[in-house]
Design a protein. Structure first.
Length: 367
């Protein structure tokens, strides 16, 4: 009987709590209630106003003539016949628009993305790039004029496979008149090291150099040790100390755009006769991989004669390839908006191979 009474008491208490909750819920303005969508009735009755409902009757129709090629130069655009179509007003080509470049990113200001776009560009870089702006009094007239515009292209070789884009002679933006709203000198070495961001170029190169940092409270420590400190550490970075024992130092990076954060960074150095590769922006913080197995031993006296791709010795090339694989196996890769993990792993091999080869080239006698 005591158990039944106890259970009944608990049930009564639970029921009371539930009733209290329901009473409180009924007092909510929106929670647990059906809130009608403001325009739902108008949508059901077909009453909403759309753009075509408010377009002035004398508004002009504008359409774009687009490129059928992924990479080409517009040599000539003949518009005379198209302009004779009744109702046609104008046809604009790359020769008619301002030559002031802009950015289409527009997420913030100053916008770090390069100002490399024109309203109409003579160089079309993808299928669908705008070639001409066609303006007329009616859609029928514009559509007819679009078919009468004759464009002469010089078709260039496109790069359609991202795996072939690295070191490819084909450039998306070969022009040199682009600009950036971000000036130089907007960051400091100390600030970049203290931040320990994954995308930091600075951390990659300074860890390869074997740098040390001096903190106000903690004193002098290796950069590797500093990188492992909790981000909640309260101290002041006083100085960065770079030893002179690193030789054949090479830094490389891969970026989607020249002013963007790197997709991957790679720094290689020979320190005290042993190679180390530091991989950053993976997208994690830069981490060193030492040649603990001595893969590159016996290769340091090779002269590459300025060839930054490979040496002229197949045995040495095999060692470089093996070290690049070794590095890729000991680095963790992740994905973000800039690149996927698989792509980063592939780029890691390429940059490591190239960095080691260039290291040999700039320092014939690293030992």
């Amino acid at each position: 009987m005591e158990r039944i009474s106890e259970r009944s008491g608990r049930m009564s208490t639970n029921q009371t709590n539930e009733n209290s909750f329901n009473r409180a819920r009924r007092d909510y303005h929106a929670v647990g209630k059906c809130i009608p969508k403001k325009d739902s009735s108008q949508l059901l009755l077909g009453k909403p106003v759309f753009t075509d409902d408010i377009t002035p009757r004398d508004a002009l129709v504008i359409k774009l003539l687009r490129s059928p090629y992924a990479n080409a130069i517009v040599e000539d655009v003949k518009t005379d016949i198209a302009l004779k179509v009744p109702g046609m007003v104008a046809v604009y080509t790359w020769e008619d628009v301002p030559k002031k470049r802009f950015s289409i990113a527009g997420q913030t200001f100053p916008e770090p993305s390069p100002y490399d776009r024109l309203i109409l560009d003579r160089h079309v870089r993808s299928v669908g790039d705008a070639v001409a702006i066609v303006v007329g009094e009616s859609e029928k007239a514009v559509d007819k004029a679009l078919n009468m515009i004759k464009v002469k292209y010089t078709v260039l070789e496109p790069v359609l496979d991202f795996r072939k884009s690295l070191d490819n002679k084909v450039l998306v933006h070969p022009e040199d008149d682009w600009s950036s709203s971000i000036g130089t000198g907007v960051a400091t070495v100390g600030g970049s090291i203290w931040g320990r961001f994954g995308f930091s170029d600075v951390m990659t190169i300074f860890r390869a150099l074997g740098a040390k940092v001096q903190l106000h409270k903690a004193g002098i420590m290796d950069l590797d040790e500093f990188a492992a400190l909790p981000r909640t550490t309260r101290d002041v970075l006083v100085s960065v100390i770079v030893p002179k024992n690193a030789k054949g130092v090479v830094y490389l990076s891969q970026r989607n755009q020249s002013t963007d954060f790197p997709v991957l960074t790679c720094a290689v150095a020979n320190r005290s006769g042993r190679y180390v590769a530091v991989i950053g922006a993976s997208p994690y913080m830069a981490e060193p991989v030492w040649d603990e197995d001595g893969i590159l031993d016996g290769i340091v006296e090779v002269n590459t004669d300025g060839n930054a791709a490979l040496t002229d010795n197949s045995e040495n090339n095999a060692k470089i390839d093996k070290f690049a694989e070794y590095v890729a196996e000991h680095v963790r890769f992740g994905s973000n908006i800039r690149a996927g993990a698989e792509y980063r792993e592939m780029i890691c091999r390429v940059l490591t191979r190239r960095a080691v080869t260039q290291s040999l080239d700039i320092c014939d006698d690293i030992m």
